[in-house]
Design a protein around this ligand. Structure first.
Ligand SMILES: Nc1nc2c(c(=O)[nH]1)N[C@H]1C(S)=C(S)[C@@H](COP(=O)(O)O)O[C@H]1N2
Ligand SMILES: [Mo]
Length: 248
């Protein structure tokens, strides 16, 4: 990550050398386009994606966190997992990784947690504040070891949409390694309800509601999104033209 960012900054600074010749006024160039200023500007705008989403106070938590989209996957697999208290459920981690993983809920619960009170914003025009607890996605990705080709993380879900296709979403590595990006197993100090995505869902707090994939079954690291679904990076991106980057 740090290496990639540094390479990007160096690349941007190198491009600037060409612009230098075009700037007639030396002072203007000095002030606006000096390598140092440009570097600072570039770093600030890249850093903006690393900024934390607002976290709220406990008294601001919404009394009810409504459910949207699928409220129960109701597939034979899911019903069996639910009946067994999700003891037989696993999160698979595969794709462009050095080590494939298959993690049980109790294994995930033993990893270091993060807790955050954040606001969920759905494009359909509602918001809710909740306290999420889960494992940083970074922890899981570091355990699996991303291969150099990995560019995106695809979240595969247990629920089937109207057309029988599973819900899925994807994020880039900036969001995947963001400190507030967690695999959440608890909402408001209770195990996730079925309606809110049991047993595990993504929280990627700089993004809109539809990126917050529920009912996770598999995390896949990929080089490109083109072979996933219809290639737009998510169920709603593929079927309703939603933006892949849903930053807020
Ligand atoms: N697997 C899955 N994840 C999903 C959805 C869905 O239908 N299936 N709906 C999305 C949308 S549009 C929103 S707003 C949130 C809703 O999360 P909630 O049900 O916990 O409120 O989940 C998102 N993640
Ligand atoms: Mo949504």
């Amino acid at each position: 990550m740090m290496i990639a960012r540094r390479a990007l900054l160096l690349g941007a600074t190198a491009t600037l050398a060409g612009c230098d010749r075009l700037a007639a006024n030396a002072t203007f160039r000095e002030a606006l386009f000096s390598a140092e200023n440009f570097h600072k500007w570039a770093q600030r705008s890249l850093m903006a994606r690393d900024a934390l989403a607002t976290e709220y106070r406990p008294d601001q938590i919404s009394p009810f966190f409504r459910a949207n989209g699928t409220a129960n996957p109701n597939t034979p697999d899911y019903k069996a997992w639910w009946r067994g208290g999700f003891a037989d459920w696993r999160l698979r981690v595969d794709g462009q990784v050095a080590r494939k993983l298959s993690l049980s809920l109790s294994q995930l619960r033993t990893l270091p947690h993060r807790e955050q009170i954040t606001r969920h914003d759905c494009v359909e025009g509602w918001s809710a504040i909740g306290r999420w607890r889960g494992v940083p996605l970074k922890t899981v990705l570091d355990a699996a070891g991303l291969r150099p080709g990995a560019r995106y993380i695809v979240l595969h879900c247990a629920d089937r949409m109207g057309n029988g296709q599973p819900y899925y979403e994807s994020i880039d590595l900036v969001d995947a390694f963001h400190p507030q990006t967690i695999l959440a197993f608890a909402l408001n100090d209770r195990p996730l309800s079925v309606a809110n995505g049991a047993p595990l869902r993504l929280r990627v707090e700089r993004q809109l509601g539809y990126k917050q994939a529920k009912y996770l079954t598999r995390i896949e690291a990929v080089e490109s999104l083109s072979a996933i679904g219809r290639g737009k990076g998510g169920y709603w991106e593929d079927h309703a033209g939603y933006e892949w980057y849903a930053g807020i």
